[in-house]
Design a protein around this ligand. Structure first.
Ligand code: 5AD
Ligand code: SF4
Length: 442
């Protein structure tokens, strides 16, 4: 390594928004003359893009910083980016004094300047961007370094105005702001020109998308991205049930490029608890949205997020959540134990449910869902499905593909070479709760 070479290591925690932010951060650093390296040891600058959605996620960064503290003696610099940076700001310097840079998600645009400051002065740059939040725009950069050459993210909306009572996101990601649909489409065309065939539109709440130029509704934007020549698959995440319109289901039905998968977080099956969570819909209203999807012509897979052990969740509330699992028959569930978060309205509630009980409910829920998924996936046996080829499991001699429904399908093929990113057809021969198995058909 040349003495003057600028190198960085970046580790990302958390959601797809963070993964995509990291792609933009990497692109920005490379444009500033940095080179990305795969280990902390090789790096001059060590960055963590952090998540604060639950306490456990937040603690991870402090563990990492403690693990590598001694490396500061070798002249390494440490930076904390993302939601913990936004949330904790200057407090990070107190807790981990070897940190040189704190850059919240609202100030990524100032990153090049901040880098120059730490390079020149060697002093900690204590910038969090908290003050920018009111006026903040989306983090748009021409330097996005996407990690996958076939499938990529495009942010359409940042921030969240929903203020669910358990959620820290409105405090870390700020107010909702949407990009113009023209700029989203320009990015989609650019990606198609580079060979991308799958696009995932991102936002904390994509259904609140509001084109600042007033040209397209969210469902219209979805269809327009699906019509970009070369784009074969369009996904979107995350949806909020309150803003989820029937027009989205109609768009999926009429445009085969829109994937037949909707992630629609419910959080609880109890209307009483949904009110305490300030989710702005009842169980019945949620089920109405599910019924739109179930009556679509296409077989739309539905996945969700659930929180167990929210303050005041009774056994009866929990049973309502379990019965919702049966009623919807989800294709996948991400379930979490409630974790009290700073600033959120729910922090004032008595977090009375012991951790052990939260763990029990989580285990019961996951076990119930496992059975539902097994039964659900069993229905695919015998079907012919198209998959995008994502990789190969050499040990098992199986290719790894992803269906439009976002399910993993591991398949065998007689041809020794299949290009990654290509689309092939496979017949499903077996089903497991979390994956399908099949054989390529030509
Ligand atoms: N505790 C546990 N889970 C949470 N989530 C958001 N905030 C919390 C919290 N305080 C979950 C929700 C959300 C997902 C991204 O994380 O289920 O949909
Ligand atoms: Fe958090 Fe609710 Fe906004 Fe989702 S909709 S990011 S859960 S506040």
């Amino acid at each position: 390594m040349a003495a003057s070479e600028k190198t960085f290591y970046l580790e990302t925690f958390g959601c797809q928004m963070n993964v995509h932010d990291s792609e933009k951060v990497v692109g920005t650093l490379i444009s500033q003359g940095y080179r990305q390296v795969p280990t902390v040891e090789e790096a001059g600058l060590v960055l963590y893009n952090t998540c604060s959605i639950r306490d456990k996620a937040e603690q991870k960064v402090f563990h990492r910083l403690a693990d590598y503290k001694k490396l500061q003696a070798q002249g390494k610099k440490f930076g904390v980016l993302g939601c913990v940076a936004q949330q904790e700001g200057h407090k990070i310097f107190e807790r981990a004094p070897h940190v040189s840079l704190v850059c919240g998600s609202a100030s990524y645009r100032n990153l090049p300047e901040m880098l120059v400051q730490i390079e020149q002065a060697g002093m900690p740059v204590r910038v969090t961007g908290l003050d920018d939040r009111e006026t903040d725009e989306c983090f748009e950069t021409e330097f996005t370094a996407r990690t996958n050459p076939h499938r990529g993210y495009i942010t359409i909306i940042e921030g969240c105005d929903k203020f669910c009572s358990f959620c820290i996101v409105p405090f870390t990601r700020g107010k909702e702001r949407s990009r113009t649909s023209d700029s989203v489409l320009a990015e989609a065309r650019q990606m198609a020109d580079l060979g991308y065939t799958e696009i995932q539109l991102l936002g904390q709440n994509v259904n609140s998308y509001h084109d600042p130029a007033g040209k397209r509704l969210f469902a219209e934007l979805l269809s327009a991205v699906g019509e970009v020549p070369g784009i074969r698959r369009v996904r979107f995440t995350t949806s909020h049930p309150r803003d989820f319109g029937k027009d989205i289901v109609e768009a999926i039905d009429s445009n085969p490029a829109l994937c037949d998968h909707v992630h629609l977080p419910v959080q609880s099956g109890s209307t009483r608890l949904l009110a305490a969570m300030q989710r702005l819909y009842s169980r019945e209203q949620y089920l109405e949205r599910v019924s739109w999807m179930k009556s679509a012509h296409r077989d739309i897979s539905i996945t969700t997020d659930i929180i167990v052990g929210f303050p005041g969740e009774s056994e009866e509330d929990f049973q309502h959540t379990l019965s919702l699992l049966d009623e919807v028959a989800y294709d996948g569930v991400f379930a979490f134990k409630y974790s009290p978060r700073p600033n959120t309205p729910a922090i004032k509630l008595d977090d009375a449910i012991p951790d052990q009980e939260k763990s029990r409910r989580l285990a019961v829920l996951l076990e119930r869902q496992r059975g539902i998924q097994q039964a659900h996936n069993q229905k695919h046996v015998g079907e012919r499905v198209e998959v995008m080829v994502e990789g190969k499991n050499e040990a098992r001699k199986q290719w790894i593909g992803r269906t439009s429904q976002n399910k993993t399908l591991n398949f065998t093929a007689t041809s020794p070479n299949i290009e990654l990113g290509s689309y092939v057809w496979a017949q499903v021969t077996r089903a497991f709760p979390n994956s399908l198995v099949g054989e390529r058909v030509v």
